[in-house]
Design a binder for this molecule. Structure first.
Ligand SMILES: O=c1ccn([C@@H]2O[C@H](COP(=O)(O)OP(=O)(O)O[C@H]3O[C@H](CO)[C@@H](O)[C@H](O)[C@H]3O)[C@@H](O)[C@H]2O)c(=O)[nH]1
Ligand SMILES: [Mn+2]
Length: 869
């Protein structure tokens, strides 16, 4: 497949077998043009049709008009109309259901009836919040050919500058091998090398990270030209060499094989060096420290490392060290530098390959006790400021340390949206979906999250755009500075003059801003002299943000566990728009937690952060009129969705009551009630099937999503609600707990993590739900046996039991998860299930068999009215 989509660039236009038009980014530097993203579609699509025929390039008058760089697609009428119609039908059904329930108020168990009415009202509301923004799914397809055309005549040297931000904290929790691969994939990506710069923010301030970057810079001298010469994909070496086969894309297979073998060997050696960095540093430091009782950590050049030391000391520990900026690779010249031909000392022939490397900078911001460092948001803001003085690119793309570039065309694609003549100027960011490696094949814990990315986020395209999701996002720098979109800005960036202390007290930073607003701007190399060093140091201090707008109206938003959604929200509130963009092969890929506990903690942080957002200045209700009404609804949904789960949990635990009383009705007549319920629930799923269709996902993706929603709804989300309630009382926020990355390297089993259970209180509510529902199924069988299977009561019981069974099916991945190693043999689970239900059933039967059914029912009702009175 890779061979079909990636090819050497010589011709101006290549027609690929799958019918996509590809244009070369005409250059003599061995760039690889790829047909990776489906540009202007030629092939028949059974879901999507063009939405903007009237705006085809040919129809734009005058040849000075900029070409259109993307195409808009909408869902075909034959799918869209029934989809919308069903939503309407369900709305009517829900209203009818409510009407019916109010008319048939229960007179026994009024408390139960009322509570369930409140719950149902909230269900209906949250469904509407979730469904409304999905009414108009829109897909934007970049036209890479048009982009190449726009920059064709002068090569692609006119593409705008990009600053690439990568964040990391800990070389162990976030294995350093991921980080170095991410950086290598960035250094080797297919974008004009003098048009982007790469920054790594290390919140741990460890020498290991710094020296790893020095190693990366030296290995890149080989890796990057190799990628360029042979059009390698993906350009993260670990993932490239991890593929089963590495196809030869260029012409010369023999040379490719030779180069490939040598680079692979070099990479293995590079990995060994990376692995041994800690011990190298320790040994070196021990040697320097000998004698005078010093405990410092030493750099290779014989100076003390200004960051965290191995043996922590004052001013050299986590959370207390100076700020560090080190330019590891300086910005390259704008002229192509071809490599040298093969010789005795150098087996690689790079004589036709540009060997320049982009700028690479290591940053560790200052840390002092007594400051709130604001986790990732703080790190991003420090990077935003530092990069302003070093490269000041008009565009910024950010990655978590474990998300590498999987498709080397990925930096060009967002340009199609940013530079488009229609709404490009008003586009604050382009969000790519997150795709993951190393998730177990059945995706037990719904790590792929396809429903969210390919469904929910795609839909927002039809409104103001997807929310910002933390990684794989290209920004317009001025939008991050909190500036207004041009649409609402009378004169360009005039406000700078009276900015006051909005941006903090650095004059050079404020002076750099007008330049950052020029979207065609490239990057001009700077010399880091003493003056600049001082300026940079100022920008990295802990106190820099104080009494400024950083963290609120400028940069990444502070004091919230999900800084990403809140930051994107601020831009949408200002009237910016955003674009969702997915491409094939995926632009970026990362790692996901496949351990149940880690995954639940991740969801806890997201859901807690969402609720925090509702109770902060980022509340969607407070947004002004520039926010599209449906976008507001989407944000309301995003910031309140965990609340509904309190009711779900209650419903799931409800059978407890029912275990102890023989008859207990939420609503009578019970038969009709169940019919209504089944109808409204079934309709959600039919609507879901339409979404599966246009989102291009599988039914399994969708089912996993349902399952994991139920798992989260029984434990994580209610906990988040509880946290938030506590926060409102005590004022303490949710702790941003770093998601541990998998360390597959330490074991033979790639999915070993899937089978480790770490017991935490967060698991208990879901276990309770499991137990209650298993018992309820048993009791139902017992009751039916007591009453005789063909009585009306028994039938009601069996109807009710269906819901218990559904809950159990949905919680199945959780049950497997807590079984640990036993989860490899699901049969055991069924044996346990049958034994447990059987035991409860028999118990129930023996206890009640002696009474006639009527007496039992009477007793049940009596106890019920007793407890409600
Ligand atoms: O003090 C800190 C803590 C974290 N990070 C970085 O933040 C990123 C995300 O942290 P991680 O623990 O991996 O979070 P995930 O749960 O994987 O992150 C998702 O959710 C977050 C919001 O909660 C987003 O910020 C992320 O981009 C998104 O991938 C990583 O690169 C970290 O290195 C820092 O730089 N400094
Ligand atoms: Mn992550």
């Amino acid at each position: 497949m890779a061979a079909a989509v990636t090819r050497r660039a010589n011709a101006l236009r290549i027609d690929t077998p799958d019918g996509y038009a590809v244009a070369d980014v005409e250059s003599g530097r061995g760039a690889c043009a790829a047909a990776d993203s489906p540009p202007a579609k030629r092939t028949k699509d059974d879901v999507w049709v063009a939405a903007d025929e009237g705006e085809m390039p040919g129809n734009v008058s005058g040849d000075c008009a900029r070409p259109l760089l993307f195409r808009t697609m909408k869902v075909k009428a034959s799918i869209l109309h029934p989809y919308r119609f069903l939503i309407l039908v369900r709305l009517i059904a829900v209203v009818a259901f409510f009407g019916w329930r109010v008319k048939h108020r229960n007179h026994d168990g009024v408390w139960l009836w009322t509570t369930s009415m409140v719950a149902d009202t909230w269900f209906a509301l949250s469904w509407i919040l979730n469904q409304l923004p999905k009414l108009n799914p829109i897909k934007r397809v970049p036209d890479m050919a048009a982009l190449a055309h726009l920059y064709g005549s002068s090569g692609d040297a006119n593409l705008p500058g990009i600053d690439v931000f990568v964040t990391t904290v800990d070389p162990v929790d976030e294995p350093i091998l991921y980080t170095v691969n991410t950086i290598l994939s960035i250094l080797a990506t297919d974008y004009p090398v003098d048009r982007y710069a790469c920054y790594l923010s290390d919140d741990g301030g460890t020498l290991v990270h710094y020296e790893a970057m020095v190693e990366v810079a030296s290995f890149a001298e080989l890796w990057v030209p190799f990628c360029r010469k042979h059009c390698v994909e993906p350009r993260s070496p670990e993932n490239y060499f991890g593929m089963k086969t590495q196809p030869c894309v260029g012409g010369n297979a023999g040379e490719f094989m030779r180069d490939h073998r040598r680079v692979r060997r070099e990479y293995e050696e590079f990995k060994v060096r990376i692995d041994s960095l800690s011990s190298t540093i320790r040994k070196r430091s021990d040697a320097y420290n000998k004698g005078d009782g010093l405990r410092a950590t030493w750099m290779a050049d014989g100076t003390q490392w200004p960051g965290t030391w191995i043996e922590q000391a004052d001013n050299h520990r986590r959370g207390q060290h100076a700020g560090i900026v080190q330019v590891i690779l300086t910005h390259p010249s704008c002229k192509t530098q071809l490599g040298s031909p093969a010789s005795t000392g150098n087996p690689f022939d790079f004589s036709n390959v540009d060997t320049r490397l982009p700028m690479l900078v290591y940053i560790s911001r200052e840390k002092r006790p007594g400051y709130n460092h604001q986790k990732k948001a703080g790190a991003m803001n420090a990077m935003l400021r530092v990069s302003a003085l070093l490269s000041n690119a008009p565009f910024i793309i950010n990655f978590d340390c474990d998300h590498y570039i999987n498709n080397s065309q990925a930096f060009r694609v967002p340009m199609c949206f940013m530079l488009d003549p229609r709404d490009g100027q008003n586009t604050a960011f382009v969000q790519f979906p997150q795709r993951f490696d190393d998730v177990d094949p059945t995706d037990r814990y719904a790590n792929h999250n396809r429903v969210f990315f390919d469904g929910t986020m795609l839909c927002l395209n039809g409104i103001q755009g997807p929310s910002y999701l933390g990684t794989g996002t290209m920004f317009r720098r001025v939008a991050l500075y909190g500036m207004e979109p041009p649409r609402y800005r009378a004169e360009n960036i005039k406000l700078l003059g009276k900015a006051g202390n909005k941006f903090g007290n650095s004059i050079p930073l404020v002076n750099s801003m007008p330049d950052a607003a020029v979207q065609e701007r490239s990057i001009t190399p700077v010399l880091v002299d003493e003056q600049l060093s001082n300026d940079l140091a100022t920008l990295m201090t802990c106190a820099y943000d104080e009494r400024s707008s950083w963290g609120r109206d400028v940069g990444w938003v502070y004091d919230i566990a999900t800084e990403d959604v809140a930051t994107g929200f601020r831009m949408h509130r200002q009237g910016w728009r955003s674009t969702y963009c997915s491409m094939e092969p995926a632009a970026f890929r990362g790692t996901a937690p496949i351990n149940l506990t880690e995954r639940l903690y991740q969801l806890l942080r997201w859901s807690g952060g969402s609720l925090e957002m509702f109770f902060s200045h980022s509340n969607a209700l407070l947004a002004g009129r520039r926010m599209h009404p449906l976008q507001r609804v989407a944000y309301l949904n995003m910031s309140t969705y965990p609340i509904v789960t309190v009711f779900i949990l209650a419903y799931n635990l409800f059978p407890v009551l029912w275990l102890f009383s023989d008859q207990l009705y939420i609503q009578r007549p019970f038969g009709t009630y169940i019919m209504y319920l089944v109808a409204v629930i079934a309709m959600v799923h039919v609507i879901g099937m339409f979404e599966v269709k246009w989102a291009g996902i599988t039914v399994l993706d969708w089912f996993r999503n349902e399952q994991f929603y139920m798992i989260a709804a029984t434990g994580v989300y209610p906990t988040a609600v509880l946290y938030l309630a506590l926060k409102l009382v005590t004022g303490k926020g949710i702790y941003f707990r770093l998601t541990s990355k998998q360390t597959e390297a330490c074991s033979n089993d790639k999915f070993a993590d899937l089978y480790t259970v770490r017991w935490v209180p967060l698991l208990i509510p879901t276990v309770a739900v499991l137990v209650v529902n298993v018992a309820a199924v048993g009791a139902a069988i017992g009751k039916a046996a007591t009453w005789g299977f063909f009585t009306e009561q028994a039938q009601h019981v069996v109807l009710g039991m269906m819901f218990n069974m559904c809950i159990l099916v949905l919680l199945y991945p959780f049950a497997l998860g807590i079984m640990g190693q036993w989860g490899k043999r699901p049969v055991i689970l069924f044996v346990i299930l049958v034994m447990a239900t059987g035991a409860v059933g028999v118990l129930h039967f023996t206890l009640h068999a002696q009474y006639p059914a009527e007496v039992a029912a009477f007793a049940g009702e009596a106890s019920l009215t007793g407890s409600s009175g």
